[in-house]
Design a protein around this ligand. Structure first.
Ligand code: ADP
Length: 199
């Protein structure tokens, strides 16, 4: 039986860094953000539903969805946001599960679902174990400002928009403390995987 591991964290907590380590260890990682972009590519089922719902005015000249335009429409309108989510979320879930099943069929003994909003989107039932990547707030703030070139205020606003990381920690099966060096983070990951017998 393959162990299905959910990987999550907060913005700039180090989730992508850990996902990369998992890939380097040969463990397949299914990336929810990447799939969310794929399911709205021209011609996909979710794409067609979105165009039907929001009209051709959300398209760019090359017929791809203008994310900025769609984003600003749903940002100000809760009902429209819910309608968009009700198209995109099931499509993402379906594609993730299809990829997971393929990896199971090919005999993988661990499969990681990298889902930033695992808790917020109530997707915990999709996984057997949850790893939360944690950092202290002041380090998170520094790394977010550096990575995204944001001011302190902008970075704080993005952090505040999410479920507090400490709350995610309380729901985790395993926590990686990413305050230290990359090497220390890698060692914690190896320990967790060894404990779960998937290395
Ligand atoms: P997330 O995917 O959770 O948003 P990232 O993995 O992109 O976070 O990490 C956020 C930023 O912090 C990136 O620029 C990354 O290179 C850096 N970073 C991550 N972990 C460490 C670490 N242990 N030490 C120093 N920098 C780190």
């Amino acid at each position: 039986m393959a162990l299905i591991i959910g990987l999550t964290g907060g913005i700039a907590s180090g989730k992508s860094t850990v996902a990369k380590m998992l890939l380097e260890l040969g463990i397949p990682v299914i990336d929810a953000d990447q799939i969310a972009r794929e399911v709205v590519e021209v011609g996909e089922e979710a794409y067609l539903q979105i165009v039907k719902e929001f009209g051709e005015e959300i398209l760019q000249e090359d017929r791809t969805i203008d994310r900025g335009k769609l984003g600003s429409i749903v940002f100000h309108d809760k009902e429209k946001r819910q309608r968009l989510n009700s198209i995109v979320h099931p499509a993402v879930r379906k594609k993730m599960l299809m990829q997971k099943d393929q990896y199971i069929r090919s005999g993988e003994n661990a499969i990681v679902l990298d889902i930033p909003l695992l808790f917020e989107s109530n997707l915990t039932h999709l996984v057997d174990k949850i790893i939360v990547v944690y950092v202290d707030e002041h380090i998170q703030l520094q790394r977010l400002m550096a990575r995204n070139g944001l001011s302190k205020e902008e970075a704080e606003a993005r952090m505040k928009a999410q479920m507090p990381l400490i709350e995610k920690v309380s729901k985790a099966d395993a926590v990686i403390n990413n305050n230290g060096t990359i090497e220390e983070t890698k060692q914690q990951l190896l320990n967790i995987l060894a404990y779960w017998d998937v290395l």
